[in-house]
Design a protein around this ligand. Structure first.
Ligand code: NAG
Ligand code: NAG
Length: 347
C-alpha cells in the first residue's frame, strides 16, 4: 500500500480515467509510486477483457461506435506489448517485456470501454429517469439530435440506465434546450439491444442539428403516481410512491385540481372525476397524503402542498380516486361512436 494524489493505492492497481466513470477510459497502471499508461502495440480485445474483469466492469466492448477516445496521458509509459489469453483475472497474469520497456509516445495510450460503462444521463427533467438525453464523449457532455428518435431507442436507454421500461420518446425541447455540442444522431435501435452502442448511430460533432431538436425520454421508474383497481391505467385509486413504497391518498380536500395533476402526470388527458370514500375499494399500505392542495399546474402530485407525508387520521375507507379522460385519441373515437349510436336511436 502506498499514497498517491492524497489517496491510498494498492501496489499493482489499475484504473480507467477520462470518461466520467470508472468502467471506461485511458488505462493507467500503478508502479514504483506513480500512475503510468499502457502502449497500444499488439493490444487487442482479449487484453481489454482482462482489464474489465479485474475492475469488475463486465466485458470489454469491441464496437467501435463506443466513445472510446480518452486522449493522451502523461507521466511514464509503464507497459507495452501486453499479451493476455483473455481468461486471466488480472492484468498481472499476462505477459509483457517489463516495466517501462517501450518504443511509444502518449498518442498510443490504450483506452478501454467495458460493458458496465454508462456514458449517458438524462437532464432537465424530474429525477434521473426522465429528461433530455446526454452523452459523454471526448470529455464533454453533449446532447442527441432527434432525427429518427423513437420509443425503441428510448427502450434501450431506459434499460441501460436501470430505469425500467420506456414510456415516451419525444423530440423538441420540452425539458429545455441544451447548449453546446450535439454528439449523436440517427439512432436506430430495434429495442432489444443491451447498450445504446449496439444500435446503428452516428457519433460525431453534429453541427447540422438545430439546438431545438434534442431527443428526450421518460422511463417507467420516473413515475411517482399510479391508479389501481379501476380496470384501466387512467382510472382508479390514487397511489403515490414515497421512500420506496406505494401508498394511498386520503380524500380530505380532494378535488378536480388535484385530479388534473394526476391525469397529466400519467399522460391520461383531462380529469373527469375526483372521487372519495374508497370508490374503487379500499387500498392498502401507508396513507401517504391528505389535504392535498394542488393549483392544477404542478408537474407531479408530489409537488402539491399536503398535510405531510404519512401524517393523517384517515383509514383506507377514505382513499381518493380519479377518473381521467384517457388519451384524446380515444375520446375522439368515443365521440364518433356516441354520434353513431344517437343516429341509430333516432332512426
Ligand atoms: C486460460 O486458457 C488456457 C487455454 O486456452 C489454459 O491453458 C489456461 O489454463 C487458462 N487459464 C486460466 C487462468 O483459466
Ligand atoms: C464542434 O464543432 C464546432 C464547429 O466546427 C466547434 O466550434 C466546436 O468547438 C466543436 N465542439 C466540440 C466539443 O468538438
Amino acid at each position: 500500500l502506498v499514497i498517491s494524489d492524497q489517496k491510498y493505492v494498492c501496489r499493482g492497481s489499475i484504473r480507467l480515467v477520462g470518461s466520467g466513470g470508472d468502467c471506461a477510459g485511458r488505462l493507467e497502471v500503478f508502479h514504483s509510486g506513480s500512475w503510468g499508461t499502457v502502449c497500444d502495440d499488439s493490444w487487442d480485445i482479449k487484453d481489454a477483457h482482462v482489464v474489465c474483469r479485474q475492475l469488475q466492469c463486465g466485458v470489454a466492448l469491441s464496437n467501435q461506435q463506443v466513445p472510446a477516445w480518452f486522449g493522451p496521458g502523461s507521466g511514464p509509459i509503464w507497459l507495452d506489448e501486453v499479451e493476455c489469453e483473455g481468461n486471466e483475472t488480472s492484468l498481472w497474469s499476462c505477459s509483457s517485456p517489463g516495466w517501462g520497456k517501450h518504443d511509444c509516445n502518449h498518442k498510443e495510450d490504450v483506452g478501454v470501454v467495458c460493458s458496465d460503462h454508462v456514458p449517458l444521463r438524462l437532464s432537465g427533467g424530474e429525477g434521473r429517469c426522465s429528461g433530455r438525453l446526454e452523452v459523454y464523449h471526448n470529455a464533454v457532455w453533449g446532447s442527441v439530435c432527434d432525427d429518427q428518435w423513437d420509443i425503441s431507442d428510448a427502450q434501450v436507454v431506459c434499460r441501460q440506465l436501470g430505469c425500467g421500461a420506456a414510456l415516451r420518446a419525444d423530440g423538441n425541447s420540452v425539458f429545455g434546450a441544451g447548449e453546446g455540442v450535439v454528439w449523436l444522431n440517427r439512432v436506430e435501435c430495434r429495442g432489444n439491444e443491451i447498450h445504446l452502442w449496439d444500435c446503428p448511430l452516428s457519433l460525431k460533432n453534429h453541427t447540422d442539428c438545430s439546438h431545438k431538436e434534442h431527443a428526450r425520454l421518460t422511463c417507467a421508474d420516473s413515475v411517482n403516481v399510479r391508479l389501481v383497481d379501476g380496470h384501466s391505467r387512467c382510472a382508479g385509486t390514487v397511489e403515490v410512491h414515497h421512500r420506496g413504497q406505494w401508498g394511498t391518498v386520503c380524500d380530505e380536500e380532494w378535488d378536480l385540481a388535484d385530479a388534473a395533476v394526476v391525469c397529466r402526470e400519467l399522460d391520461c388527458g383531462e380529469p373527469v372525476d375526483a372521487l372519495g370514500d374508497a370508490h374503487f375499494g379500499p387500498g392498502s399500505g401507508p396513507i401517504w397524503m391528505t389535504f392535498v392542495l394542488c393549483t392544477g399546474s404542478e408537474s407531479t402530485l408530489k409537488n402539491c402542498g399536503s398535510f405531510g407525508w404519512g401524517k393523517n387520521n384517515c383509514d383506507h375507507s377514505k382513499d381518493a380516486g380519479v377518473i381521467c379522460s384517457g388519451k384524446v385519441f380515444y375520446i375522439f373515437f368515443i365521440h364518433i361512436y356516441i354520434r353513431f349510436l344517437c343516429f341509430h336511436t333516432d332512426f
